[in-house]
Design a protein around this ligand. Structure first.
Ligand SMILES: C[S@@+](CC[C@H](N)C(=O)[O-])C[C@H]1O[C@@H](n2cnc3c(N)ncnc32)[C@H](O)[C@@H]1O
Length: 345
């Protein structure tokens, strides 16, 4: 759009006030708009919605007008003389305990802690920009900050868990054979164990170990057939038939990835062991793929929130795998932001 004069004139305003979209969606989440409409079960007229949410009607009207414009909610007739607000596929993802909820991810990424970091991105890109934008804004790196701030840690782990609830079913649907023959599985950097809980539920023959930092597993729920282990993946990884590294390598530079992968290589059997990597793989060449936009955004998130993390191309992943002693790998698309890479000794 920005490559024609007319397009640019409109597009630039989307950048000037672009933040209002996420801010208003966050406001709707905090008010519980989608939850109240869902519980109501039929289109809700403004006065009823305002009363249920205890909102000032004219201000709520403006919020809803904005959100209807962007198809977050829609308006439907009620009888012949009235209209009410109802859910769209988008706002179904704003239901707090909905199956496809993205609420924790939105709340995390719109929190002052993460938003503040973006103001230091240019300083990071300049020569000598040694400190991560997250650290510049919050005084310490992301993991230390989470350890020192339990509320932020919970927000982060909940956000990862809500994403895992979308990714794991997609893996199981697109390539369930990834788990064939696996009897023990360690989720390395597995967060609060949600991903592993979904896997062991789908594959009753698998016994799981969830490895994460001690402060993360200390608050993780207990799940059947899953042992929570507090530790440091740079120091050691429990032995198992297979290891899962989901959204983990992206947080680290090549040298750090090689250290993690070498520990993983030591923990799996030479003959039938494998490491299953799940993360966004960026294309070698720019492609007109809507999810590619998200992968490139995620790469910017890594530059802003982690010390040296990045989204890699397949070639870049191949390099770190080779340097860590893996002899071969294959990559599968699962029609989400992520790909699944199986790496073998
Ligand atoms: C981006 S999150 C991904 C969580 C989970 N794999 C998922 O996809 O939902 C990265 C995880 O790595 C964990 N982590 C960071 N440093 C670690 C370390 N040294 N050892 C083990 N886990 C670590 C973090 O606590 C966090 O849970």
């Amino acid at each position: 759009m920005g490559d024609t004069e007319d397009g640019a004139e409109v597009e630039i305003w989307n950048y000037v006030f672009g933040y209002s979209k996420i801010a208003v969606v966050k406001c709707a989440i905090e008010l519980g708009v989608a939850d109240v409409i869902e519980n109501h079960g039929s289109p809700m007229p403004l006065p009823e919605l305002a009363a249920a949410l205890r909102c000032e009607p004219s201000r709520l009207h403006r919020i809803m007008r904005f959100l209807v414009h962007f198809h977050v909610f829609k308006q439907e007739p009620i009888g012949q003389h009235s209209v009410g607000f109802s859910l769209t596929p988008f706002s179904r993802r704003l239901i707090k305990h909905g199956e496809k909820t993205m609420v924790p991810l939105i709340l995390l990424n719109s929190s002052p802690i993460l938003l503040g970091a973006w103001h230091s991105l240019s300083a990071r890109v300049l020569e000598g920009g040694n400190i991560s934008p997250f650290e510049a804004a919050n005084g310490m790196d992301m993991w230390s900050y989470a350890e020192a701030n339990p509320c932020h840690s919970k927000l982060f782990n909940d956000a990862m868990a809500s994403r895992a609830r979308l990714t794991i079913p997609a893996i199981i649907e697109a390539c369930r054979q990834v788990f064939d023959g696996v009897e023990s599985l360690v989720d390395v950097g597995g967060g609060n164990g949600t991903a592993l809980s979904l896997i062991v539920k789908a594959f009753p023959g698998i016994r799981g170990i969830n490895l994460d930092l001690p402060h993360v597993v200390a608050t993780a729920p207990t799940f059947d057939r899953i042992e929570n282990v507090g530790g440091d993946m740079f120091m050691s990884v429990p032995n198992a038939d297979a290891l899962l590294l989901m959204w983990v390598l992206q947080d680290w530079d090549d040298e750090e990835c090689i250290k993690i992968l070498k520990k993983c290589r030591e923990a799996i059997p030479e003959d039938k062991g494998k490491v299953i990597i799940v993360e966004a793989v960026v294309e070698e060449d720019d492609k007109e793929d809507e999810l590619e936009t998200v992968r490139l955004m995620l790469d910017m998130v890594m530059m802003t929130h982690t010390n040296k993390g990045r989204q890699r191309t397949l070639k870049e992943l191949s390099f770190v795998l080779q340097q860590s002693g893996f002899s071969r790998f294959n990559a599968k698309s699962i029609h989400t932001v992520e790909s699944v890479i199986e790496a073998y000794p």
